[in-house]
Ligand binder design. Structure first.
Ligand code: C2E
Ligand code: CA
Ligand code: CA
Ligand code: CA
Length: 279
């Protein structure tokens, strides 16, 4: 019986396996990654579709792991959210994005906007508004040049609390966007109550909009909904001229995607800005 027990335990051990071990491995590495300077923000240009010019960027985290190389946020953000590390990491990303944006503005002479992703756990921290105010104060970035990207799930967790937080941010002058719009369990009534500026159409809807009539209908509807509520729209994951034309014809204001640029290191984004003629 002992023998079988041990066998079963070993079997379980192997089964609990890859996924759990990778998680633990990433979590251990992630502790201290900030202090070791292993996290870096990349910047993906956001383009005004009508004028075809860069009007800002989205800051996207990358982890330069000493052994694994560049780790995608798709892998480590869920781990960071689960163990709470997303709070200090997100706070760092907020300050770093504001600092870097001021540098982009100074070197380009353009009034660009930086969009920063905020996870639900970070957004619901009691001192979130203070940490945003601090990031702006410490770096000197104009509040109107900072946009926070929130997911529907972050907004729907505690809608009364969310409303207070959003109002405080909006009063400060910070822009607010709903990320991955249409993928969450959204109640549309919150769009009316919350002081939101912008909807980002999820790339899952953009990908096939040239061939899939349902995706085209959804994108169309989201743009119309946004405009009826006086919100601007960003199409994300734009990879083709056809997708861009579709969005242009329907009045979508901004786009980002591989058709223009991948997320870029700060120096590469500076180069893109140098090649953008002043407005
Ligand atoms: P997201 O906020 O929806 O970011 C857009 C993702 O789409 C990025 O993936 C970007 O690289 C990718 N993308 C951009 N253009 C295209 C395109 O044309 N085609 C395709 N297929 N993909 C495109 P990335 O950088 O891997 O980030 C993944 C997710 O990780 C983000 O999704 C966001 O949810 C999360 N994330 C990244 N940085 C942060 C951060 O600082 N804080 C938090 N909380 N989450 C972050
Ligand atoms: Ca985003
Ligand atoms: Ca998104
Ligand atoms: Ca996403």
């Amino acid at each position: 019986a002992k023998q079988a027990g041990r066998g079963a335990y070993q079997f379980f051990n192997e089964e609990m396996n890859a996924a759990a071990h990778e998680r633990l491995h990433l979590e251990n590495g992630l502790r201290g990654a900030l202090e070791r300077g292993e996290l870096e923000l990349y910047y993906q240009p956001k383009v005004d579709i009508k004028q075809r010019r860069v009007v800002g960027c989205e800051a996207l985290l990358r982890w330069n792991h000493p052994k694994l190389g560049i780790v995608s946020p798709v892998r480590f953000i869920p781990v960071a959210e689960e163990c709470g590390l997303i709070v200090p990491i997100g706070d760092w990303a907020l300050r770093e994005a504001c600092r870097q944006m001021l540098e982009f503005q100074r070197s380009s002479g353009q009034n660009l906007v930086v969009a920063v992703n905020v996870s639900a756990l970070q957004f619901t921290q009691r001192n979130f508004v203070d940490s945003v105010r601090q990031a702006l104060d410490e770096t000197g970035l104009t509040p109107q040049c900072l946009e926070l990207e929130l997911t529907e799930s972050a907004l729907m967790k505690d809608t009364d609390g969310a409303l207070d937080t959003l109002k405080a941010l909006s009063d400060m002058g910070v822009r607010l966007a709903v990320d991955d719009f249409g993928t969450g369990y959204s109640s549309l009534s919150y769009l009316k109550r919350f002081p939101i500026n912008c909807l980002k159409i999820d790339k899952g809807f953009v990908r096939d909009l040239e061939t899939d009539v349902d995706d085209a209908a959804i994108v169309n509807a989201v743009i119309n909904l946004a405009h009826s509520l006086r919100l601007t729209v960003v199409g994300e994951g734009v990879e083709t001229e056809g997708q861009l034309q579709f969005l242009l014809e329907r009045g979508c204001e901004e786009a980002q995607g591989f058709y223009f640029d991948q997320p870029l290191r700060a120096e590469a984004f500076q180069t893109v800005l140098r090649n953008t003629p002043p407005a």
